[in-house]
Write a protein that binds this ligand. Structure first.
Ligand code: SAM
Length: 205
């Protein structure tokens, strides 16, 4: 699967990718509404070459952990952000690699747009859930293809989500802060309905 994503990032200009956001909304506004301290560590899970990084920097968030299966995507980012001291983690979010590679970091936000939905196997999803459960980010924001829309992306099958199934990615230590639907229009003009969920960790007494 790494090969597929490495080919994508090696062969296509970022502006033509079916998930490219020139203005990364509503993601950015939803993140800013959490009013997290500027020193917060943000994990971008399945970062690709996302433009939200420039916007987060502009807002003062520079403690970023950029995780992706594709080494090529991470290399593009490392070049683009050579002035910043980001963590680059090549790992499969559907395995326990991620947990092992970033364990011990206090994470304020785990943000995943359009990566979880590529995990179609039950074991992969269980591992993804386990990673979040063990890493215990304070907030989790997930934005994935909804049951209203496409069943494939980048030539691959995806798993669709609705509000309930997205909520179930988090264990009972998380409470839903916000859920919303959003129709993203891709560079070819196609509608891609997404479901967004934001969750907050509840601390037990
Ligand atoms: C549709 S792109 C979204 C990229 C970015 N989140 C955005 O919104 O622009 C999906 C990304 O997930 C990465 N990816 C796919 N499967 C993955 C996995 N199992 N573990 C980590 N990253 C994965 C791909 O390399 C790709 O960069």
């Amino acid at each position: 699967m790494e090969d597929h994503w490495n080919d994508v990032y090696s062969s296509k200009p970022q502006e033509t990718l079916g998930w490219y956001q020139e203005d990364p909304q509503p993601d950015l506004a939803m993140i800013l509404s959490l009013q997290m301290p500027k020193s917060s560590r943000i994990v971008i899970a399945g970062c690709g070459t996302t433009t939200i990084i420039e916007h987060l920097i502009q807002e003062g968030y520079t403690n970023l952990v950029l995780v992706d299966l594709s080494e090529v995507a991470l290399q593009i980012l490392a070049k683009r952000f050579s002035n910043y001291n980001f963590e680059y983690i090549a790992a499969d979010l559907g395995s326990n690699e991620v947990y092992h590679k970033i364990y011990g970091m206090a994470i304020e936000l785990w943000y995943d747009r359009a990566t979880l939905h590529f995990l179609t196997g039950d074991e992969q999803i269980a591992n993804y859930r386990k990673n979040i459960g063990l890493l215990e980010p304070n907030y989790v924001m997930l934005a994935q293809f909804s049951t209203e829309g496409a069943t494939r992306c980048s030539g691959l099958d995806i798993r669709q989500y609705d509000r309930t199934s997205l909520r179930k990615i988090l264990n009972h230590n998380y409470t839903e802060v916000e859920s919303r639907e959003h129709i993203y229009v891709n560079p070819s003009g196609g509608d891609r309905p997404y479901i967004y969920g934001v969750y907050n960790r509840v601390f037990e007494e």
